[in-house]
Design a protein around this ligand. Structure first.
Ligand code: AMP
Length: 614
């Protein structure tokens, strides 16, 4: 497939505003893409070269991309830089300069997707001294042969600013459209769906059937994606082997599983009402890690599914010596524990372990303990469908003696008073609260369905839990804050219904000067002039940013709001956080793992009967 074709599709996607239109353009693109190229098409459409867990970063700074544009177009570096200052998007600069290209190359070859991939991969893999020159050369070579539209995207991929707004849900929706026909020939699936139909009118009934089949297909795709986090592989299977082909994809150590998420309820009474007799565990505040063991090979993934193996040498060692299974996938929370005083260090200490340099020294000074809470796979057996109590038993049985790997502390009870006591004990020992677990639930990858319910520390008169919001924009600082370039954040919550981020709060307090500087630094790299496609907000910040960073916020309460869009519906106002304050940046969460609109609705209803456990 030629990259020119793909760029034309990208251009179409960039020019539509609704998610529905975007989905049908993607569906068309996927129909046209051959199986052997679909994985790359998927990665490119999200500005990547591989699934996120492979952690391949192209990492080219603006300066070097400017050089490559100059080389590839025949303009001077100064001209490129001036134009960039004027229009603010290097992709558009490349496009414009290639339209009036001064230096015609002698043999302009058609660029294939394969060629683009090859050069970008080389760019990603080149490092060390002198590497920037080579990176620039590889990018310039592509630009030299590119048409103007192709150039726009070739430049944006290494900068990590594709601006298409294609998220995983949209890709899965597009496949669901394409595979619905195949599903209609699956008698069992159709019979299952027909049972749920409510319409009597024949025409409408047919439409309802079509829609429900599409929803079911979407679920089948997502269920597989949840246990095999590589949309490229899923897509290739769908194109070459159809929906049935997915049955052959199984969980495998080394490929991350999407984490289950916790629901929240306002009190221990409600938790017991919901779950009955349940497991109640200490809620540790550290890094959630998924450990994959395959013989001697150990891989660790963060909650965002980045490969963080290198960061935790002491845990790798402990997995090799303490885990009594050849193959295993298990999860836990890692935090620094003071052996002398037998106390947990505060999160500020643990977070220092998130680093690229000085890992060994820090691992010696503040070694982590991994408190394990779930086992998903052991020696060839998928444990996810088993009830939690059985998984925990097996987990216990594979942890051998040693210091660094332990089981989470827990009790089993159906008494709210016991839950409260246990909660208070945990708070006193410096932990965050508790997580109650349904003893009979399977492991539900990638979703929250009341199999886990958290109860965090509550503050008098404030929300009984923090809210994880997603940054969608920021405001320049005023007065004293002018010097930091950032004075407040515009934040949103995630709407699972349609993958949109809807505004809920403007946060201007809770940040120290260093936070303001750090936020400005990371946000200005991803700021945009126009509202990103997956953002819904009527408040216009000075700069938009594409939803990427999660900020934990505390607030006095949730109120109705005429200006925010979270939870807004026909004749229904949205929700806002009243007096929101930033607690911390949650680098461990993806925007889709932030608080959802539905959770906010539930919290709003619940807050009236919040009983603070103090
Ligand atoms: P939250 O991040 O507030 O949504 O709470 C859920 C997170 O709590 C999980 O993703 C884990 O990182 C963390 N956690 C701490 N202790 C436990 C535990 N015992 N069981 C499950 N998750 C835990």
């Amino acid at each position: 497939m030629h990259f020119r074709k793909l760029s034309e599709y990208f251009d179409k996607i960039e020019n539509v505003s609704s998610r529905l239109e975007m989905t049908s353009i993607l569906a068309e693109l996927f129909k046209e893409t051959p199986g052997e190229e679909i994985a790359r098409v998927i990665y490119f459409s999200q500005g990547q070269l591989a699934p996120p867990y492979k952690s391949i970063e192209i990492g080219m700074g603006e300066k070097f991309v400017e050089d490559a544009i100059a080389k590839g177009s025949g303009y001077t570096k100064k001209e490129v830089h001036e134009k960039f200052k004027q229009i603010g998007d290097l992709g558009n600069v490349a496009e414009e300069f290639l339209k009036k290209k001064k230096q015609e190359s002698l043999f302009s070859t058609e660029l294939t997707i394969g060629k683009i991939f090859e050069n970008l991969l080389k760019i990603a893999k080149t490092s060390g001294s002198g590497s920037q020159g080579l990176k620039t050369k590889l990018l310039a070579e592509l630009l030299n042969n590119a048409s103007p539209v192709e150039a726009r995207y070739i430049v944006r991929i290494p900068l990590g600013k594709l601006r298409l707004g294609v998220g995983d849900p949209t890709i899965m929706d597009a496949f669901a459209i394409n595979l619905s026909e195949e599903a209609k020939s699956n008698k069992k699936l159709v019979a299952e769906v027909e049972k749920q139909l409510k319409e009597k009118n024949e025409e409408k009934r047919k439409q309802e059937l079509d829609r429900k089949i599409r929803v079911r297909v979407r679920e089948i795709i997502e269920d597989k994606y949840n246990i095999h986090s590589d949309l490229g592989v899923i897509a290739e299977t769908l194109i070459t082997k159809g929906l049935k082909g997915l049955e052959k994809i199984h969980i495998k150590p080394g490929i991350p599983i999407r984490p289950t998420l916790a629901e929240r309820l306002p009190s221990s009474k409600e938790i017991i009402k919901k779950l009955g007799k349940c497991g109640v565990e200490a809620k540790y505040d550290g890094f959630r890690l998924a450990v994959h063991k395959n013989e001697k090979e150990v891989t660790i993934f963060s909650r965002r599914q980045e490969n963080v193996t290198e960061m935790f040498p002491e845990l790798i060692e402990a997995v090799r010596t303490q885990i009594k299974a050849k193959g295993a996938i298990f999860e836990g929370e890692a935090l620094a524990f003071n052996e002398e005083t037998k106390e947990y260090y505060p999160f500020q200490i643990t977070i220092q372990r998130k680093r690229k340099y000085g890992i060994k020294e820090m691992a010696e000074e503040f070694p982590l303990t991994l408190f394990c809470f779930d086992l998903l796979y052991v020696d060839g057996e998928n444990l996810m469908p088993l009830p939690f109590k059985e998984r925990r038993e097996k987990l216990k049985s594979i942890i051998g003696r040693g210091k660094r790997i332990a089981l989470t502390d827990s009790i089993v009870t159906d008494d709210p008073k016991k839950v409260d006591e246990y909660f208070n004990e945990n708070i006193e020992s410096g932990l965050e609260g508790i997580i109650a677990k349904d003893l009979n639930a399977p492991y539900i990858a990638g979703a929250r369905k009341f199999s886990w319910i958290k109860l965090k520390r509550s503050y008098k008169g404030e929300l009984s839990d923090t809210v994880d919001t997603v940054i969608i924009g920021f405001f320049k600082g005023k007065g004293h804050r002018t010097q930091f370039g950032l004075g407040a954040l515009l934040t949103a919550v995630y709407d699972e219904k349609d993958g949109m981020f809807r505004s809920i709060a403007k946060i201007g307090t809770g940040m120290k000067e260093d936070d303001l500087k750090e936020l400005h630094k990371i946000l200005s790299k991803i700021s945009e002039d126009n509202k990103p496609k997956n953002v819904d907000s009527e408040i216009k910040p000075d700069f938009w940013v594409s939803p990427k960073y999660v900020v934990e916020a505390i607030a006095d309460e949730i109120t109705k709001s005429p200006i925010h869009t979270a939870g807004r519906g026909k004749g229904k106002e949205g929700f806002a956080l009243r007096f929101p304050r930033m607690v911390k940046l949650r680098q461990d969460k993806t925007p889709e793992q932030a608080t959802t609109v539905l959770e906010i609705e539930k919290m709003f209803k619940n807050q009236k009967n919040v009983k603070l456990s103090e």
